[in-house]
Design a protein around this ligand. Structure first.
Ligand code: NAP
Length: 316
């Protein structure tokens, strides 16, 4: 059984992979080219791909005789893999749910607080040497405690964010999801996205990417948002129409944005970089050693189950 892991991993994950499998670990930290993906499908029995490895229908169709039987994705989001086309090519797909939840919710709160309290701008001010000292009206931001947050996509991460908002910051929680959730904290189901957008101080996105949610947050939704509200996106860049977001920020239609992901990642529009009321992170959601190791182990657990002919723990 030949395994390909498409990026360097944490030492713990690489050590386990080398002990348990005949593994090749790609050294490049950039996404695979189409040619690399085609070769991976024909030369390896299992591939552990990740974000940016665009396993499209064309890649499966153009691969020739496919040897690969499992794509054990490193990450919970798998919108870079055409799952239908993979199945049609006889390849199963798994992901790493749960391992990422708390770390990603923490980054959502980092973005919410940083943007609301102008922490990025303040940090830049101190570093610039231009800070002239405290005064009562210096850099007034948005109060967070007790405010109303709207979560779009009340899944694992959405609920972890909501918990932090409710128990940590005494916030009122409203949410939109495909289904009503049975939750152990108060939260108001608001199925109409425009109504949700119009009623909150913070709108936080936690839906999966893909065709169904592409540009879910468009010009109309942004128009509905309160002009004092802040948008936080830890989901996928394509969920937001980035051009519409830039217009809404430039016209003052919304007060600010905290972004971990971008529509054309890793390209970040200069217009966003120019705005002080925007917090920009380089897709840090799960970026801790513990979490990246847990994700790697989860991906390898799926490989082990596949090799043993057992049911896959995390099929998508
Ligand atoms: P999850 O448990 O599957 O939750 C996703 C939620 O989105 C579900 O509650 C689902 O609703 C809802 N949803 C799906 N389609 C929707 C739609 N069209 N409109 C409204 N709601 C919709 O997934 P998760 O583990 O929370 O992860 C969510 C996403 O976060 C991932 O797919 C990934 O793209 C992203 N993520 C980002 C980072 C990062 O580094 N920034 C890290 C991890 C994950 P129902 O339950 O009602 O069906």
């Amino acid at each position: 059984m030949k395994l390909l892991i498409t990026r360097p991993m944490t030492p713990a994950v690489e050590a386990r992979a080398r002990t348990e499998f005949d593994v090749e670990i790609r050294e490049n930290t950039l996404p695979m080219s189409r040619r690399e993906m085609s070769s991976a499908l024909t030369e390896f029995d299992v591939v552990v791909p990740t974000l940016g490895d665009l396993f499209s229908a064309q890649v499966f169709a153009g691969a020739g005789t496919v040897r690969c039987k499992l794509l054990a994705n490193f990450g919970v989001g798998y919108n870079h893999i055409d799952v239908e086309a993979a199945r049609a090519a006889g390849i199963e797909v798994t992901n790493t749910p749960g391992a990422v939840t708390d770390a990603t919710a923490d980054i959502a709160m980092t973005l919410l607080l940083t943007t609301a309290r102008r922490a990025g701008e303040g940090e830049r001010l101190v570093r610039s040497g231009q800070w002239q000292g405290w005064h009562p009206t210096q850099m007034l931001g948005h109060h967070v405690t007790g405010k109303r947050v709207g979560i779009v996509g009340m899944g694992r991460i959405g609920q972890a964010i909501a918990r932090r908002c409710h128990f940590g910051f005494g916030m009122q929680v409203a949410y939109q999801s495909r289904n009503v959730k049975d939750l152990d904290f108060p939260a108001e189901f608001t199925p109409d996205l425009h109504k949700l957008a119009a009623s909150v101080d913070f709108l936080v996105l936690a839906v999966p990417g893909g065709a169904e949610t592409r540009h879910l947050i468009n010009a109309q939704v942004l128009e509905a948002v309160n002009s004092s509200a802040i948008l936080v996106n830890i989901a996928r860049g394509e969920v937001v129409d980035e051009a519409a977001l830039i217009s809404a920020l430039q016209s003052g239609q919304i007060a600010g944005a905290g972004l971990d992901v971008y529509e054309f990642e890793p390209k970040v529009p200069q217009a966003l970089c120019n705005m002080e009321n925007v917090t920009l992170l380089p897709h840090l959601g799960t970026a801790t050693e513990e979490v990246r190791s847990s994700m790697g182990h989860m991906a390898l657990d799926n490989v082990v189950a596949h090799v043993a002919g057992r049911a896959l723990p995390n099929p998508v």
